[in-house]
Design a protein around this ligand. Structure first.
Ligand code: AMP
Ligand code: MG
Length: 487
């Protein structure tokens, strides 16, 4: 079905090791992403039994050559020299219809040489969460790994309690992480480091090869992509939850959806993940953490970048500092779009600051706020005005903000701005309680809520009755306060 190539397998040995999947008892297909398969150049899609056998690892797909990848990483600030794919296997790479090389990987396919104490398996819940959230991210245009397939295994995995097991098939621009560079750097193998860096340049940043100092250009390009990515996350309230350096993709994609969640009531200090006790990865900390991670990446590259001593460190530090400028520029553009204002004017930033403070003080739901604001911009009416004020606990203050915004919006009004607003503000996001509801039903054998939610969140700007039902913020009783890794 897919024409696999195995370029990564030719890189030095510790970067990947051959490893077979461990068969499961009774694989059954939950979902298969046919449009994505077509994008990957799939021909002749086989029947569901074969798909279930392939995407559980029970049968090796033709031309696949499963390998576990090595990487290290800083987990919550502490360096672990060897992590690696403890429950994942790269099947190979395919060159997609746009000529882009992409990885296909099984996750939850059994133990590998990197499993340490783990069972190599994945419970159903995290598989469905990653499917829903990554496909939503793709639908709103945020760089992300994708979901190709999900299967149940017919086996139980034991976490706090026994849960149904599942295998997820992930497609990524690559699975090379900051932690991959840290893995090689920790071994002080400069030749392997150069081979890896050259591979990343060729695969993700070909323009860097032409620079006077290609590895410096690589660092700058990676910084730029991260800055853009994190600004995009913040624009829709996404909290990754585990921004360890091993979960930071060199391709600039969102990767490793664990206890991730979307913020509901706006609060910059929001944390959902049960394991983030120090609140390291709170919503508003994400840019600073990305920058910290990038500094760890820069350290690994120092032996390759031209220059020496303090001057070299200063040069690399400047590239990391530049994150702020790039992040702010992207955020400025996104804020202007979300408010339907011109990016060039300073008004958008001041108004966004005002609205964030309104959302925070008034305990407003972030997604609903921008959605109703967009509807109001499209057709201002007393009803829409009241709908907006109904979102806050502090209607008087919001009313004042609204008149300032309206004055600015009317002044800059053109159809482009409204269209930008409609593209920037999704009607529906995968709300935590809806994701949980879909998981709970699936654990009981009913996958209908999962499929319904998937259909809605992959058309996040469509306004339908079903979208409106699933878009509604959680009531007090429905609220999900904590999310879990489930690994
Ligand atoms: P994650 O939190 O998913 O990014 O995983 C962090 C590290 O733990 C990675 O090296 C994973 O491969 C490993 N890991 C997570 N879950 C398991 C598991 N069930 N079995 C083996 N290794 C695991
Ligand atoms: Mg990870």
């Amino acid at each position: 079905m897919l024409s696999f190539e195995h370029r990564y397998a030719t890189l030095p040995e510790p970067l990947s090791v051959e490893c077979a999947a461990t068969p499961v008892a009774n694989p059954e297909l939950i979902a298969f992403n046919a449009p994505l398969a077509a994008e990957l150049g799939a021909d002749e899609i086989p029947d569901e039994t074969t798909l279930a056998a392939w995407f559980s690892g029970n049968q090796t797909m033709p031309n696949a050559s499963p390998r576990a990848l090595g990487y290290a990483g800083h987990q919550f600030g502490n360096f672990v020299p060897q992590l690696g794919d403890g429950r994942a296997l790269l099947l190979g790479e395919v060159v997609d219809q746009h000529g882009k090389r992409r990885d296909v990987q099984l996750k939850g396919s059994g133990r590998t040489p990197f499993s340490r104490g783990g069972d190599g398996r994945s419970p159903l819940g995290p598989v469905l969460r990653e499917y829903l959230v990554s496909e939503f991210m793709a639908a709103v245009g945020i760089p992300t790994t994708r979901a190709l397939a999900a299967v149940t295994t017919g086996e139980r995995v034991v976490r706090q309690l026994p849960e149904p097991g599942a295998v997820f098939t992930r497609v990524a621009s690559s699975h090379i992480r900051i932690g991959t560079f840290q893995f090689i750097a920790a071994r002080q193998d400069e030749a392997a480091l150069k081979t890896l860096a050259d591979h990343v340049i060729e695969r993700h940043y070909p323009e860097a090869a032409k620079a006077d100092d290609p590895y410096m250009a690589l660092l700058e390009a990676v910084v730029a992509r991260q800055a853009e990515l994190i600004a995009r996350w913040l624009s829709i309230g996404f909290i990754h939850g585990v921004m360890n350096t091993d979960n930071c993709s060199l391709a600039g994609e969102t990767i490793d959806y664990g206890p991730c969640a979307f913020m509901e009531q706006f609060n910059p200090q929001k944390v959902y993940s049960s394991i983030d006790e120090g609140r390291r990865y709170a919503f508003a900390n994400q840019p600073a953490i990305a920058q910290w991670n990038l500094a760890r990446f820069a350290e690994t590259l120092l032996p390759l970048i031209e220059g020496e001593g303090d001057a070299l460190v200063e040069k690399a530090t400047d590239a990391i500092r530049h994150f702020d400028t790039l992040f702010n520029a992207e955020q400025r553009r996104l804020h202007a779009d979300k408010l339907g204002l011109e990016a060039e004017s300073d008004q958008a930033e001041a108004l966004m600051e005002g609205l964030e403070s309104q959302m925070h003080q008034g305990r407003m739901d972030m997604t609903a706020t921008f959605d109703v604001l967009t509807q109001y911009a499209a057709s201002p009416s007393d009803q829409r005005h009241d709908d907006l004020l109904a979102l806050t606990q502090n209607p008087e203050a919001l009313g004042e903000w609204l008149s300032q915004w309206q004055a600015a919006q009317v002044a800059s009004q053109n159809t482009d701005r409204l269209a930008a607003m409609q593209r920037a503000n999704p009607v529906v996001i995968p709300r935590n309680h809806r994701v949980q509801e879909a998981i709970d039903a699936a654990v009981e054998g009913d996958f209908t809520p999962f499929h319904t939610l998937l259909a809605v969140v992959t058309k996040p700007f469509d306004d339908s009755v079903e979208a409106r039902r699933l878009a509604a913020p959680a009531t007090e009783n429905e609220q999900v306060l904590r999310t879990f890794c489930g690994t």
